[in-house]
Structures are given as structure tokens and as C-alpha cells.
Design a protein around this ligand. Sequence first.
Ligand code: SF4
Ligand code: SF4
Length: 199
Amino acid sequence: MSERQFYIDPSRCIGCNACVAACAECDTHAGVSMIHLETIEREDSVQTTPVICMHCEEPACAMVCPSDAIKRTPDGVVQTSLKPRCIGCTNCVYACPFGVPKYEAAIDQMMKCDMCYDRTSVGKKPMCATVCPSQALMYGTPEEIAEQRSGTPINEFVFGSRTIRTKVNLMVPQGQKRLEVKAGATIRRSDLLTSSRLG
Ligand code: SF4
Ligand code: SF4
């Protein structure tokens, strides 16, 4: 059996916010959730999707940090900012193509999802994946995903001339190999939701 990976499946998100609440419960950042929900095509749909850090292979957030406060572990998990180093400049907030880092004014520090490294580094599921009732956030093997889901996992995203590869996978309609995000364009539900939900 292969190693477990993290999958986001927007088609399964029911907007319950259990993942957001569970994230806030974590001992390492008590009371503050490092993830949030977004609405897809807000003008004509209530469909939501969880937004977690994608753990980019070449993280823009870390590249633009002037104080080297964002570290990437050898196994590819991009950590939240180090308190003694973060100067609260918000460069990372603007640089992330996925809209993940949040500036917490109360502590003058950026905080973001670190894939519950205290848990996943010892073989446990991230908190959000543990509570998600519809498994829109799933921590499992590629074999389990292939057996249980109708979509295809991708981890390649094209933003203009730049291609970003991520540790986290996004489930998209079958046949898609990457997600292309055009400047000024909206991500449509058909880009993200698998055929079982769209039909
Ligand atoms: S998704 Fe954003 S916050 Fe996460 S590693 Fe990539 S650039 Fe950094
Ligand atoms: S807000 Fe903190 S972590 Fe983000 S770029 Fe500035 S110093 Fe680095």
C-alpha cells in the first residue's frame, strides 16, 4: 500500500465548517483556525470548498519572506511562520496564489495550515480530515482514492506562465491533468466538481 496523501474534493464539501472548527481546536494554535471555506461561483451557487495550504514544491510564500520565517520540511510540508522571525509584513499573504496565509493582527504574525505536522509526521490524519463528515478533506492512499472517487487527483496548477506543483492533491473531473487559472478569469464549478455531482 502506498503512503497516505492529502486530497481536497470540492464536490463533497457541504459547507458545515467542521474542518474549520477542528483546526481551531488544535493545541499548537489554540483558538485560531488556519483553514477556511470559499464559495465557488458565489453569484449563482452555494457550493463551498475548503481552503488549506497546498504545500507547494516551490512555495511563493517562503520565497518572498524577507526574514526567512517560513520553512519547508524535508518531506515537503511548508510550515507556518516562526514567531521569532515573522515581522508581520504580509508579503506571503499577497504572494500565495491560493489565498492561504492569513495575517493575525492580534499577534502581528502570519499563520497558515501546516498540515498538522505534529500529527501527520507520526502517521496520524490532519485534524480537518478526521472530522470532515463527507470526506471532502481526505487523508488516504492513491489506491483508496482510485477505488472510491469518480474524479482525478491533480497537483499541477498553471498560473499564466508559471506552473506550480503541490504536495496536496485536488480532485477534478476525470481527464483533466492540471488546472489552468487565467488572469481575471473565474474558476468555474465545472473546473472543480466531479461528474457525479454535476450530472
Ligand atoms: S499554498 Fe500558499 S501558503 Fe501554501 S505553500 Fe503554497 S504559496 Fe505557501
Ligand atoms: S508576514 Fe511574516 S512570514 Fe509572511 S513574509 Fe512577512 S515576515 Fe515572512
